[in-house]
Design a protein around this ligand. Structure first.
Ligand code: BV8
Length: 259
């Protein structure tokens, strides 16, 4: 990791009132959760993820899609947030306001202690019914295999239960993106962590931050679709880089005697 770039990033954080961390699947990779496109391991290698994560994919074969989410839910349940999630939670003690805007559905940011988390694409551990979005509060046994599983039925209307996540072609939860966009436009620093920048409207948030005059800092193991609009690109895994950023800021503060 480039020490000069890291120092520049720490300086930007040191002067920030509001920091927004925009995170994607790469944020959870070191927790052992495969990134979205890599989730196609084994049985899932032959399906297009945008096919599985879609209403028509579910309508066409509810058991295959439900089984895929069971398999992913099992991975999430058997793992936990890593040092990078914890670093973002710690950042709240060093910066007046921190908001996490995540594309991830694993709930790890809240679990690690972040207090303001916007889940743009929902949560894999929340359920609703397919036909009427009735919230469905059920305990789902953790998947043992990764094959198709017939989804349960809504107790109110009898339609299939589905994960309460945003599928391709579906609108984001009302108000969530608008709030994320307004935070992006007014933040001083946006950390863009572990996202390839392919999926909209999430990928538009760094552009909104840029328009708002924020310093854009990307943390990724490789360049993404967004790297060219970044002010600073810190190449490396989220856990290492975010931990180094927050440690650098804490050291700067204790060294200079700031509170
Ligand atoms: C919508 C929940 C209005 C489900 C997800 C043509 C052009 C532009 C847009 C569109 C288009 N056609 C259709 C659209 C809209 C579409 C879209 O963007 N499609 C893309 C494919 C072009 N968007 C939608 O449909 C959205 N809704 O627009 O509503 C509307 C309504 C009707 C009709 C039209 C429009 C809804 C999108 C939400 C879909 N749901 N997730 C689930 O998870 O199962 S998306 C899902 O995939 C994730 O949530 C995430 O958003 C995305 C994966 O992207 P990333 O998170 O970036 O992950 P990825 O694997 O791609 O990259 C990982 C990155 O991490 C890499 O850069 C890698 O280098 C890095 N990395 C790896 N290891 C590490 C690391 N970085 C740091 N540390 C590491 N250790």
């Amino acid at each position: 990791m480039d020490a000069t770039k890291l120092e520049r990033a720490v300086q930007a954080l040191d002067h920030a009132q509001l920091v927004v961390a925009a995170t994607g699947a790469g944020m959870s990779k070191e927790s052992g959760v495969p990134t979205f496109r890599e989730a196609q391991e084994g049985l899932w290698a032959r399906y297009n993820p945008e096919e599985l994560a879609s209403p028509h994919g579910f309508r066409r074969d509810p058991a295959r899609v439900w089984g895929w989410y069971n398999y992913r839910r099992g991975i999430v349940a058997r793992s936990s947030p890593h040092a990078g999630h914890e670093a973002l939670a710690k950042l709240e003690k060093l910066v007046p306001q921190v908001a996490v805007v995540t594309q991830n559905i694993d709930g790890y940011h809240r679990e690690a202690g972040s207090s303001t988390v916007l889940e743009l694409h929902g949560n894999i551990n929340r359920f609703k019914c397919f036909e009427h979005d009735h919230p469905v509060d059920i305990e789902i046994p953790l998947a043992t295999g990764d094959g198709p599983v017939e989804p349960p039925r809504c107790p109110r209307c009898g339609s299939h239960v589905r994960p309460d996540v945003v599928w391709f072609g579906e609108m984001l939860p009302p108000g969530v993106f608008e709030r994320a966009e307004s935070l992006a436009r007014s933040c001083d620093v946006m950390l863009v962590v572990g996202t390839s920048g392919f999926v909209y409207p999430a990928a538009a948030l760094p552009l909104a931050a840029r328009v708002g005059g924020a310093t854009l800092i990307e943390v990724n193991t490789q360049p993404s679709q967004l790297t060219e609009v970044m002010d600073i690109f810190l190449q490396g895994p989220a856990g290492d880089v975010l931990s180094a950023l927050v440690a650098g800021l804490a050291a700067r503060r204790s060294g200079s005697g700031h509170a």
